[in-house]
Design a protein around this ligand. Sequence first.
Ligand code: NZQ
Ligand code: ZN
Length: 386
Amino acid sequence: MMQNFVFHNPTKVVFGQDTIQQLDQLIPTNARVLVLLGGQSAKTNGTLDLVRQALGNRQVSEFNGIEPNPTYETLMEAVAQVKREQIDYLLAVGGGSVIDGTKFVAAAAVFDGDPWDILTSWGKAVTRALPLGVVLTLPATGSETNCNAVVTRRATHSKRPFNSPHVYAQFAVLDPTRTYTLPKRQIANGLADAFVHIIEQYLTYPVQAMAQDRFAEGLLQTLIELAPGALADQPDYQQRANLMWTASLALNGLLATGVPQDWATHMIGHELTARYGIDHARTLAMVLPALMQVQRHTKHAKLLQYAERVWHITTGDDAERIDEAIARTRQFFESLGIGTTLRDYDLDERAIDEVVAQLIQHGMVALGEHQDITPDVSRRILSLAL
Ligand code: NZQ
Ligand code: ZN
């Protein structure tokens, strides 16, 4: 049966070409704005210039250097700047890392107590945050329209998620032309990450959530259809526009309404990134096919539905159809140029022990929609991913 739910997504989406200029209407004229940035991309591709122009005469400062997989250590420097300059509005310009980092800064800047508790409480300790807006440059995480963020503590290799309704962006500007400078590696990552976000909310057990299932299947098929063109040498507006909106829809809360969710692939993947620095999406591509295999009995009904409706597999007995659906999933990642085994990333058996030890250390001992992915099951999944 469909579960009870509340659905409320307050982020205003401003989508399309030349929309960055609308920042002027979106941010109060008397705001003291901090623009938060990643490494170099927004500077070198002109996005930052467009943002500066749109902000006009507002008091604007910048914080540079939020790294991929943003660290607590770096973000606390931004928190210090916010306090020092009495900033009252944050603007993230970048991909998931910059947006997640900005959400953390928004909460930490007005947090009473040790800001690391924001992460250890999974966000429950957050009672308020500074207002924030987003200019998205990388379609992948959905962070622009959700209230999640993931932050890494460099010192301890801890990569921890939190969520809080207080850190929804007030608005997200999505201009597909701002993605034209992305390297293929990041486009591939975005396709894979969005794909797995949909799977985490869909591939569990049936609860007769008809619209959510059809949305999920439609978005999965859209990503499969988009993939070859999105990776072509010349960026194309229609391709990028569809990719950008699909990746947002994949994790804006809509698919999760009323249904069980898994997220074990993400939790195991986060440990692989924290330990070995592997791109987020690539860790998911290693874990997911193996997880589908190990959990094929508890996911039996949904795997068959996925096989038929997403991959059009209509022949063979149940086991053959599920085998084929898992194989097609692996092939999809490989077609993006993303390796799906630990060995593809030069990892061996030792990595299995290290990742399982980290899962235990971080309390990730009952994962998945049935909370039945214990450290032993995670070990089986990682062994199969070897
Ligand atoms: O740092 P710069 O120089 O800006 O370069 C970035 C970065 O190196 C580059 N880039 C971004 N836009 C560009 C560009 N290069 C050229 N042209 C552009 N237009 O791309 C690189 C990767 O950026 P990053 O933000 O790290 O990638 P992504 O958007 O994939 O974000 C990954 C982070 O999001 C978290 C991940 O764990 C990871 O930390 N996630 C957040 C989620 C959420 N908030 O809901 C859900 C996800 O599952 C995920 O966990
Ligand atoms: Zn993800």
